[in-house]
Design a protein around this ligand. Structure first.
Ligand code: DGY
Length: 321
């Protein structure tokens, strides 16, 4: 009997074909819409494997509805959308896609940092809206990136890849992490500091920790108050780690200078959200890993993890060891 797999979004045909070599596949076909919960609940009832995205909440209740479920393969490195404890209780393997997206996400983090520092979207809108009348000494002046101090909260793979880029810009690198990382200290001269020192001393603060009970609202009013008035906050990790109300207040009151956000506590963010009305915020629709090659690679890795598990092997990117 071939295992049955449900895929929660249309993925590239060659990746579906890879899975179809071993499994019978059903899929949510509607482009760029999330599978409705009731359909997911129906599809899970006879599925042996689930290929899902960060947009689906895979909780204990859903797992209960899938008595045959052996593996949940998430096409993302972050897996806060999945209840790992519930999966452990039911003996379901959970996998993610680390590594493949590291450099692409670091590129985007750095792009957002530079766009925010140099007011790229604001300046572009200024021109397009017909406001550009002449060159002017202090027109649209931003903050220097080169030579500035970068604070990285969460020195995992992506943090390290951001540090590598920062080194090329002669930045001083501070980091805060659960443990010291001798490699980044040796290779990029990064200095380990406590969170408060990092916030006080950095010109740019990049949030790169995974979302968890411990990191929710990690950056709130008190933390923002420690930052320099000229500093810039970048978040390419998960939305709930930065308290958006506190961030909005800090930006309006001038506690910090600007923010670059690729992630939000609610995605998509509501168009009337106050953060979207601020000129000193650069916003992106969660595209950190969105290069053609990387998204293909992520889908392929997720398919590989899924198939390995369904063939009775240990998948390479098992989260719940
Ligand atoms: C992830 O993988 O967790 C990102 O947020 C999407 O690439």
């Amino acid at each position: 009997m071939r295992p049955k797999v449900y895929i929660t979004r249309r993925i590239p045909d060659q990746i579906t074909a890879m899975i179809e070599n071993h499994c019978d596949v059903r899929m949510w076909h509607e482009k760029d819409t999330t599978v409705p919960r009731e359909i997911l609940e129906r599809e899970i009832t006879d599925a042996d494997g689930l290929f899902c995205l960060l947009t689906e909440t895979i909780d204990a209740q859903l797992m209960e509805m899938g008595p045959r479920l052996k593996v949940i393969s998430n096409m993302a490195v972050g897996y806060n959308n999945i209840d790992i404890e519930a999966a452990n209780n039911k003996g379901i393997l959970v996998t993610n896609t680390p590594g493949i997206l590291t450099e692409t996400t670091a590129d985007l983090t750095f792009a957002l940092l530079m766009a925010t520092a140099r007011r790229i979207t604001e300046a572009s809108d200024y021109l397009r809206n017909g406001k550009w009348s002449t060159w002017s000494p202090m027109l649209l002046t931003g903050q220097d990136v080169h030579g500035a101090t970068l604070g990285i909260i969460g020195m995992g793979r992506i943090g390290e890849a951001v540090a590598k880029r920062a080194k090329g810009f002669d930045m001083k690198i501070l980091y805060h992490n659960r443990s010291r990382r001798s490699g980044v200290e040796e290779n990029f001269g990064a200095m380990y500091v406590d969170l408060k020192s990092l916030l006080r001393e950095s010109d740019f603060v990049c949030v790169l920790v995974p979302f968890s009970k411990e990191t929710v609202n990690l950056i709130g009013k008190e933390e923002l108050a420690l930052m320099k008035r000229t500093s810039i906050l970048i978040n390419t990790s998960r939305g709930g780690i930065v308290n958006e109300t506190a961030l909005n207040d800090a930006l309006v009151e001038g506690t910090i200078w600007a923010a670059g956000l690729d992630v939000f506590s609610q995605e998509p963010i509501a168009l009337d959200h106050p953060l979207l009305s601020l000129p000193n915020v650069v916003v992106l629709p969660h595209i950190g890993s969105a290069s053609v090659n990387t998204r293909l690679g992520m889908a392929q890795l997720a398919a590989h993890n899924l198939c390995k598990a369904l063939l009775g092997e240990i998948p390479p990117n098992l989260v719940n060891k």
